[in-house]
Design a protein around this ligand. Structure first.
Ligand SMILES: [Zn+2]
Length: 457
């Protein structure tokens, strides 16, 4: 189905009638842009039909058709949409909450993160009770049936815990953390109930029986991430040998790097990793969780493994204040730090993924391409979905983001449909401002905007 505007836009090129196209499909050509393709920014056009990126050579020489509509992109960068593999909630919604419907939370967050260039994500559930996992997995399967297409695509749950180290629990509730009993995998199933909608499980590989659990999970196509752990390098390498391919928020909630036993961090330089395997590592480049020097060291050591994550908590997108996160109370300060209330333990970030891309680029002094791939290609490869997402290759889903040279998001597209435009946001904001009646209200409005900017930047 096409809008009236689209039908009017449709132009048949001389000598190429619409009937020659056979089945009627709308072809859009994005012009005057730089595409992230094959590890470089290339001046080329992007062709999209039926939500899929098209090969123009086939369109010209085999189908002999031209575009129905051309879009001038004003010289912007077009990147594959960002993929956030660790996000706990946002905009006041908590995926780990036992009291709200996860459908509502995921749908709302899925729409809001479009403004930050995120077109796919893994809703993350922190260590929870058995009842909460049951509730979440039941509700989540209903969500999958709905195919809620108006928001970022849900790629499957990331279950972070409860099989983690109490010593490195971070904001996870201590009383709910578990180890494996006699048969590790039975414990996993008794805890999670179903695995069919699970994309990633984070566990601590030093827990006895984890070898068997890692082999069984990865054998079912689930990615195993290593984190909230006191594992030494040998235990970490064995976990990778058993199938793990991801490290959860590198440097955070693990042993610090030690030169005689570098622990999980040591996987970035391990000689035991087979040459055909990449170990990926999530990293929170919000300027708070990881020092820029640490970001640079990790990136220089293992550039092809970096995956930018937000680890965002429900307070992302909200003003500073007190919020609930799972069963934990969290305090967000004016400078964008989120602490477990009454402590100095970081409880996750309030940064958005586009902010992390910009901070990562500035901190590591990497190229624009490298920064964008850390939020698109690498997470797609880690999940094994790079044939469909994370690139602008022909045949991929047309989930992409338009950015200016400073990597600010201008527009976001899902399956070739524009689902966010910064211009529209700015216009809406200006209209709201014009509608305010008194000088006092205008001052208040400005004050709120500053507070919100403080959280995001
Ligand atoms: Zn964590």
């Amino acid at each position: 189905m096409y809008s009236k505007e689209q039908i009017q836009d449709r132009k048949t090129v001389e000598g190429m009638s619409s009937s020659s196209r056979g089945c009627y499909s709308y072809l859009v050509q994005y012009k005057n842009c730089r595409l992230l393709r094959d590890h470089q920014l290339v001046r080329d056009d992007l062709w999209v039909r039926d939500g899929i990126i098209q090969d123009p050579r086939k369109l010209f020489w085999e189908e002999k058709i031209a575009s129905d509509k051309q879009v001038d992109c004003g010289g912007c960068i077009i990147s594959p949409g960002f993929i956030d593999t660790q996000i706990n909630g946002g905009f006041g919604f908590d995926f780990s909450s036992a009291t709200t419907d996860i459908n509502d939370s995921i749908c709302l967050v899925a729409k809001k993160i479009l403004a930050h260039g995120v077109t796919a994500f893994c809703p993350t559930i922190i260590t929870s009770s058995c009842e909460t996992y049951k509730k979440v997995s039941t509700q989540y399967s209903r969500l999958c049936d709905d195919k809620h297409s108006s928001g970022a695509k849900v790629l499957g749950l990331h279950l972070e815990g409860p099989f983690i180290s109490k010593e490195k629990r971070g904001a996870h509730p201590s009383d709910l953390i578990r180890s494996f009993a006699e048969d590790g995998f039975n414990d996993v199933m008794n805890m999670y109930h179903v695995l069919q909608n699970v994309a990633i499980v984070t566990l601590a590989p030093e827990i006895p029986l984890s070898d068997h659990v890692i082999r069984t999970l990865t054998g079912q196509g689930i990615r195993v991430a290593l984190g909230h752990s006191v594992a030494n390098l040998e235990e970490s390498e064995r976990a990778v040998e058993n199938g793990a391919n991801f490290i959860t928020h590198l440097f955070n909630a693990m042993l610090p790097f030690h030169h005689r036993d570098p622990g999980l961090v040591g996987l970035l330089g391990s000689s035991k990793i087979p040459s055909n395997k990449i170990v990926y590592y999530g990293i929170i480049a919000d300027g708070i969780h990881t020092n820029p020097a640490a970001l640079r060291i990790a990136y220089k050591a293992h550039p092809e493994g970096v995956v930018l994550i937000t680890d965002a908590i429900p307070a992302m997108g909200l003003d500073p204040g007190s919020y609930s996160f799972g069963s934990v109370e969290v305090e967000v300060t004016g400078d964008g730090r989120a602490y477990v209330k009454g402590t100095t333990t970081l409880a996750g970030s309030v940064a958005t993924l586009d902010t992390c891309v910009r901070i990562f680029k500035a901190s590591t002094r990497c190229s624009t391409v490298q920064a964008l791939e850390a939020a698109s290609l690498h997470p797609a490869r880690m999940l094994g979905i790079e044939e469909e997402q994370g690139t602008l290759n022909y045949g991929s889903r047309a989930d992409f983001v338009m950015l200016d040279d400073n990597l600010n998001v201008l527009a976001t597209y899902l399956a070739g449909e524009k689902v966010y435009s910064r211009t529209a946001e700015v216009r809406k904001d200006k209209e709201q401002f014009r509608g305010l009646s008194t000088a006092g209200e205008k001052r208040l409005h400005n004050g709120n905007r500053k507070a919100a900017v403080g959280v995001h930047q």
